[in-house]
Design a protein around this ligand. Structure first.
Ligand code: PRT
Ligand code: ZN
Length: 210
């Protein structure tokens, strides 16, 4: 049988858990070292190691058949892909946060304010849904320091423990999106025999963890 391709994160917060999940499914392969692609010795699958931001589009365009990536990244890229399985790791929440001393009480209080984020698409939708007009300042990293620098009145960023917010004098203000790692597939791939077999194995691994 010709093999399928699954894209996972090359390094970062989702890499280890993605590799562990596939290994727990009985797949035998080398984790990313220098090559960006590994073949699985005992299953018709190849593993592509990519930046997480590229995974949704690779799957949408069919360069990879499957992918493991955070829901936040899927929503931000706005791709048309199929959700095959929620994976229960990489859990986090995209939140709006404000300086500890700020007096904002309602989302409406963000009207006319500047919000820094790496998630302009998701934030825009949230603000529109709440009928709030605010300036979105898109920055690619270190979003948490922008209120302290006078660049924004609030931020919208991923929070897990909340430690980063606290150490930057910020407090959570509104939840925008809950996220976890998702197994996605290109449209129509769900009925493929290899995908069905992999899904079955993933579901038993997840069940054993319950
Ligand atoms: O290199 P590449 O582009 O592949 O990776 P990346 O640097 O863009 O992403 P990475 O590895 O940091 O995160 C991958 C995915 O993990 C994210 O897209 C989320 O789906 C998920 N995830 C889970 C998180 C966190 N938890 C998290 N805490 N992603 C980021 N953070 C960051 C957050 O941005 C903030 O700076 O951690 C900080 C906050 O953490 P706490 O614990 O202090 O609240
Ligand atoms: Zn990334």
């Amino acid at each position: 049988m010709p093999s399928l391709k699954i894209a996972i994160q090359k390094s970062g917060r989702l890499n280890e858990k993605s590799v562990e999940l596939l290994k727990n499914c009985g797949l035998s392969f080398e984790n990313y070292k220098s090559s960006l692609i590994s073949s699985v010795a005992n299953f018709p699958l190849e593993i592509l190691f990519l930046r997480d931001d590229d995974i949704p589009e690779y799957v949408q365009d069919g360069i990879a058949d499957l992918g493991i990536v955070g829901e936040n990244v899927i929503n931000e890229t706005g791709v048309d892909v199929h959700y095959l399985q929620r994976l229960g790791f990489g859990k986090c929440t995209l939140k709006i946060a404000v300086p500890n001393d700020s007096v904002f009480a309602h989302v409406k209080d963000l009207e006319g304010k500047a919000i820094a984020t790496s998630y302009p698409v998701i934030l825009k939708k949230f603000l529109d849904d709440n009928q709030v007009n605010a300036t979105i300042r898109t920055i690619s990293g270190s979003v948490e320091i922008s209120p302290g620098l006078g660049l924004s009145d609030a931020i919208c960023d991923i929070v897990s423990t909340g430690g980063t917010l606290r150490s930057n004098g910020l407090k959570p203000f509104a939840d925008v999106l809950s996220s976890e790692a998702i197994l996605i597939g290109k449209n129509g791939i769900g009925n493929h025999a290899i995908v069905k077999e992999l899904l079955q194995r993933i579901q038993s691994v997840l069940k054993a963890k319950e």
